[in-house]
Design a protein around this ligand. Structure first.
Ligand code: NAD
Ligand code: MG
Length: 395
């Protein structure tokens, strides 16, 4: 807490979908009267980053991309907002003294700055699931040793967190992650084979950044979330279920040993999970749409299809193999995602790339240090790049 009595917060990835929603929640809950914004970070959208910094009164604004530093400095000239650029500056932003940090950078790029915030004991509101998928228990340990709390923001994990009863972890039998099924829920593999990124990014229920939208279409997002859940809630692989629920109203559920299932429901709006993470253990008052059950009329469920959506099978494989398979799967899929968006490989090839890299690196044991995580991540990216180049030659 600042001397002013205001809560000191930082938002890593403030210009993204989660970042913009976070600032909206901050404004709804009192804005500059209630919060001191220590640092915000973005990448290429300098105009938005500068506007945000001015309107929330951030002390520090960082762009990840050094080539945009001059533009950021220009945009904030005449203000007393400090500016910086590059990877080290991002890590510094995470390390600046604040009480609460929203981790909303997309991809493995978010790991080092979030880790820095965790180590110094900030409460971490975790949207960046890649931190847990890649670094797993090492990340959890860093938060524990730092002394802060890890509060999930991913809607499914927030739902589970909200449905977990205090001191009843021993009575948890299973968790059920809901999945919308994405835009291709009813499509055949033949239909999916030819889609472009423009088609794949159109999520039926949620409005999100590009990466997570495409990963939702392939269900890689759910695969990452299975691994995220394992580390967040300390579960065995057989306790993690996925069910397709096209309306995205039940955000996820916890099943207990007495047969009870507790669920959290709401409209598909990330501000509920963000607000909960910001005011936990209290619930904030938020201006978001309320569920209208009469209008909703029904909730549907279907078993997921691991043949059409092999990502789910790969997540189970990664959970069973353990070691650095989470980091490997995540890194290979990130490279495959970029290749798909660039039109270099087809939609279905993303899972093929991830599977081949995972198989090639399946003997690697668990990482004992973050350097080993980053080394596995690097190697998986290199291997994925080679596989994609071979796919292009063969095409
Ligand atoms: P986004 O693409 O909209 O925003 C990403 C943010 O990261 C932006 O601020 C961008 O400037 C920054 N960024 C991009 N590349 C970077 C790099 N190389 N280095 C540093 N910063 C970089 O993404 P999003 O949809 O807001 O998702 C952010 C994270 O939250 C992801 O991990 C995603 O899986 C997770 N998440 C998002 C949602 C959602 O509704 N959008 C829901 C659950 C979880
Ligand atoms: Mg989610």
């Amino acid at each position: 807490m600042a001397e002013t009595g205001k809560r000191r917060i930082s938002i890593l990835g403030s210009t993204g979908s989660i970042g913009v929603n976070t600032l909206d929640v901050v404004n709804q809950l009192g804005g500059r009267d209630a919060f001191e914004v220590v640092a915000i970070t973005g990448n290429t959208n300098i105009q938005l980053l500068a506007e945000q910094a001015k309107s929330c009164g951030a002390k520090l604004a960082v762009t990840a991309d050094e080539t945009h530093y001059a533009a950021l400095k220009d945009a904030l000239a005449g203000t007393d907002i400090e500016t910086a650029a590059g990877r080290e500056a991002l890590i510094d932003a995470g390390g600046r003294d604040s009480d609460w940090v929203m981790a909303a950078i997309v991809g493995t790029a978010g790991l080092a700055p979030t880790l820095e915030a965790a180590k110094r004991g900030a409460d971490i509101a975790l949207a960046n699931k890649e931190c847990l998928v890649s670094a797993g228990d090492l990340f959890v340990k860093a938060v524990e040793e730092g002394g802060g709390q890890l509060i999930p923001v991913d809607s499914e994990h927030s739902a589970i967190f909200q449905s977990l009863e205090d001191d009843q972890h021993h009575a948890v039998e299973r968790i059920v992650l809901t999945a919308s099924g994405g835009p291709f829920r009813t499509w055949t593999r033949e239909q999916m084979a030819g889609v472009t990124a423009e088609v794949a990014r159109a999520h039926p229920n949620w409005s999100m950044g590009l990466k997570i939208s495409i990963s939702s279409a392939s269900m890689f997002n759910k695969a990452l979330e299975m691994i995220e859940a394992k580390h967040l809630f300390n579960l065995r692989p057989d306790q993690i279920e996925v069910i397709v629920h096209p309306q995205s109203v039940i955000h996820s559920m916890v099943g207990y040993t007495d047969g009870s299932v507790l669920a959290q429901l709401g409209c598909p709006d990330m501000r509920t999970a963000i607000g909960y993470a910001l005011t936990y253990p209290d619930r904030p008052k938020l201006d978001v749409e309320r569920l209208d059950f009469a209008k909703l009329a029904r909730l549907d469920f279907e078993a997921p299809d691991e043949v059409r959506f092999p990502a789910l099978r790969l997540a189970r494989t990664a959970l069973q193999r353990g070691g650095v398979q989470g980091a490997v799967m995540n890194a290979a899929e990130e490279i495959a995602f970029h290749a798909f968006c660039a039109g270099r490989i087809g939609f279905l090839s993303m899972a093929d790339v991830a599977e081949q890299v995972m198989d090639a690196m399946q003997e690697r044991g668990a990482a004992g240090t973050m350097d080993e995580v980053f080394a596995a991540d690097d190697e998986a990216r290199r291997r994925a790049g080679e596989i994609i180049a071979r796919m292009e030659m063969a095409a």
